[in-house]
Design a protein around this ligand. Structure first.
Ligand code: ADP
Length: 344
């Protein structure tokens, strides 16, 4: 049973509030992704949980024990960084055995644990290799194994695959998910990649300026973003600024019924939910058609230069310059950074 609690945690660096009154509970065996643009406070938050930074205020506890001011080596956490920092003068086995030796475990037990964890990360038999003889992906597996061998209650991963190519990154994140589920280890994973978060997480915390924009399951974050920031950050989204007057949202070249009070609004429509129909009198015109074989993406320009994307099954029906009417099948409307209305 390992539950991580973060209560009202703030970290200020002179005038910057890197993390601002942050709250989160990560449940036993849960994998939570911290997702946000660069500078949104993800690493600072993770480093505070690992003990590498001290909060300016607030509380961090693990299984009810306050660890806010406990140094890293005395916390039940294991952290894997983007740059793995393996010891290059030691072989793989020694890299993994090091922490266990500090704990004065008997040799036989160290050997058993190291070999078991090497098997777990798919590096059985690699113990005698020098770390310099390993590929980037294998080195990151060793870094993960080095954390896991110490059997932490909480696993902290800070963009661990950021330096690897896309293909390898996808494979390793599936492996991490399998290992995490097999060990049922409570895990916090930092990423700025939405795909990674959507593929890995039980829940996603979308961060912005040190604060939470939304905490929810991946499907909910994608389908029901609570703020225009989340809507624009996850997946491709058309965001259209306009005004509501008499139950109608209006932006030049684009209007849709919207049953809310008069005032400014931002409309959010996914490309797959934006239907286009030929309309000779429309002010909206096709800029470009890109054929991906399985589907086509049509770029549409509104008269004021705003560009929208629509996904359609057949590229051959459309051509550049063609005027089209825009019919959103589903959309959300926001005002003052909050949800106004959702139509699905
Ligand atoms: P992320 O991991 O989301 O990219 P960080 O946690 O690294 O974000 O940074 C959040 C903010 O805190 C940024 O504005 C960054 O410049 C600032 N920051 C991070 N570490 C320090 C530090 N040691 N000193 C001063 N400012 C810092």
């Amino acid at each position: 049973m390992s539950v991580l609690e973060i209560r009202n945690v703030t970290k200020a660096f002179s005038t910057t509030r890197a993390v601002d009154d942050f709250n989160l509970t990560v449940g036993d065996g849960e994998l939570v992704c911290l997702l946000g643009p660069s500078g949104s406070g993800k690493s600072t938050l993770l480093r505070m949980i690992g003990g590498f930074e001290t909060p300016t205020s607030g509380l961090i506890s693990i299984d009810g024990d306050d660890v806010t001011r406990v140094p890293p080596e005395r916390r039940p956490t294991g952290m894997v960084f983007q740059s793995h920092a393996l010891w290059t003068h030691m072989n793989v086995f020694k890299n993994l055995a090091f922490g266990l030796k500090l704990r004065r475990l008997p040799e036989a037990e160290i050997k058993r644990k190291v070999e078991a964890v090497l098997d777990l990360v798919g590096l059985g038999g690699y113990g005698t290799r020098m770390t310099t003889q390993l590929s980037g992906g294998q080195q990151q597996r060793v870094a993960l194994a080095r954390s896991l061998v110490l059997e932490p209650k909480i696993l902290l991963l800070d963009e661990p695959f950021a330096s690897l190519d896309q293909h390898l990154r996808e494979r390793l994140r599936e492996e991490v998910r399998d290992i995490q589920q097999r060990l049922k280890i409570t895990t916090l994973f930092v990423t700025h990649g939405q795909d990674e978060a959507l593929a890995l997480a039980d829940r996603i915390v979308v961060m912005r300026d040190g604060r939470t924009e939304q905490i929810a399951r991946p499907d909910v974050v994608y389908r029901e973003p609570e703020t225009p920031f989340v809507a624009g950050f996850i997946g491709t989204m058309n965001l259209i600024e306009g005004a509501v007057l008499g139950g109608k949202f209006d932006h030049v070249g684009f209007a849709v019924p919207l049953p809310v009070s008069d005032g400014p609004a931002t409309l959010a429509v996914r490309p797959e939910a934006l239907e286009i129909v030929p309309a000779p009198d429309s002010a909206a015109k096709i800029h470009r058609v890109t054929d991906y074989g399985t589907h086509a993406v049509v770029d549409i320009d509104l008269p004021d230069g705003v560009r929208l994307k629509a996904m359609t099954p057949d590229a051959r029906l459309w051509q550049a310059g063609q005027p089209v009417a825009l019919k959103p099948r589903a959309f959300a409307a926001y005002r003052d950074n909050a949800l106004l209305h959702r139509s699905n």
